[in-house]
Design a protein around this ligand. Structure first.
Ligand SMILES: NC(=O)c1ccc[n+]([C@@H]2O[C@H](COP(=O)([O-])OP(=O)(O)OC[C@H]3O[C@@H](n4cnc5c(N)ncnc54)[C@H](OP(=O)(O)O)[C@@H]3O)[C@@H](O)[C@H]2O)c1
Length: 254
């Protein structure tokens, strides 16, 4: 099968990553999908192959920097990667009485922040040498303002946002695009544990469409849905005391 482009998606075994893989799947597309769950990744693979895509998978965790880099470079050697979407991520709550555990904080940082770096950094010199490629990073509305419902998650997503905002102008003249994604609440296993009302909740398939259009248009920020983006930017722009007042009253896990 002739391959027109190669797209790498981490965290493709579930939620937004799965929806992205399915939406990109088409004849001529080579999808490189990663996750940790063998069964769910195999299901996504079958769906994407059913739509005519060529699919290769790896179960290497994004936290294993050396093994993951080796996998990425082997894939890129076989045929150059055009789009890398560093999507894999986890979240956690505030922890009960006394805040987040040491383990939770470190797991979130290692997956969401180190995992993003491990996904992008090995490929960057190759993208720059080829003067093309898209680097797509998954942040969150929690990347604009620390959320009392998820402190470590907020730190990780702010850091991912800062990484993307640093890379984009750095790579401006290199021919490499950098896009940072800021979804609102999306219905996935990650949010299924939230037992509070999630404003403007949308499905993963709808989210994938926003993301795909944003990447194609090389948008610096791919933020959706717009009411949630507006709300997040508004709260982040308020004086801290006013933001604290609102967020202290926002719905949270009981
Ligand atoms: N859902 C939302 O409302 C929302 C909003 C803003 C941002 N986001 C972000 O969007 C991304 C995807 O989230 P989602 O909602 O689609 O969650 P999800 O359904 O739980 O999917 C998370 C994906 O990440 C993978 N993953 C987690 N840790 C990994 C690791 N160490 N190594 C490799 N893969 C790993 C999971 O693989 P396995 O399941 O195979 O372990 C799974 O495929 C995350 O970065 C999340 O922070 C989500």
């Amino acid at each position: 099968m002739a391959t027109n482009r190669t797209i790498l998606i981490t965290g493709a075994s579930s939620g937004i990553g799965k929806a992205l893989a399915e939406a990109y799947a088409a004849p001529g597309t080579r999808l490189l999908l990663t996750g940790r769950n063998t069964e769910r990744l195999a299901q996504v693979t079958a769906l994407c192959m059913g739509k005519g895509a060529a699919v290769e998978t790896a179960l290497t965790p994004v936290t294993d920097s050396a093994a993951f880099a080796a996998q990425l470079l082997a894939w890129d050697d076989a045929a150059p990667i055009d789009i890398v979407i560093a999507n894999a991520g986890i979240s956690g709550g505030t922890g009960k009485a006394g805040g987040e555990s040491d383990a939770q904080f470190r797991d979130i940082m290692q997956t969401n922040l180190d995992g993003t770096f491990n996904t992008v950094n090995p490929l960057l010199p190759r993208f720059m040498a080829r003067k093309k490629g898209a680097v797509v990073l998954m942040s969150s509305m929690a990347g604009f303002r620390g959320m009392p419902t998820a402190p470590a998650y907020s730190v990780s997503k702010m850091a991912v946002r800062a990484y993307g905002e640093a890379l984009r102008p750095l790579l401006k003249d290199s021919g490499v695009n950098v896009n940072v994604i800021f979804p609102g609440f999306i219905k996935t296993p990650l949010t299924d544990v939230n037992n509070f009302p999630m404003p403007f909740l949308m499905d993963a398939e709808g989210a994938a469409q926003y993301i795909i259009k944003g990447i194609a248009a090389n948008r610096a920020r791919i933020a959706f849905p717009w009411p949630m983006y507006l709300l997040s930017r508004f709260v982040a722009a308020l004086p801290l005391w006013a933001g604290d007042f609102i967020l202290a009253r926002a719905p949270k896990k009981s």
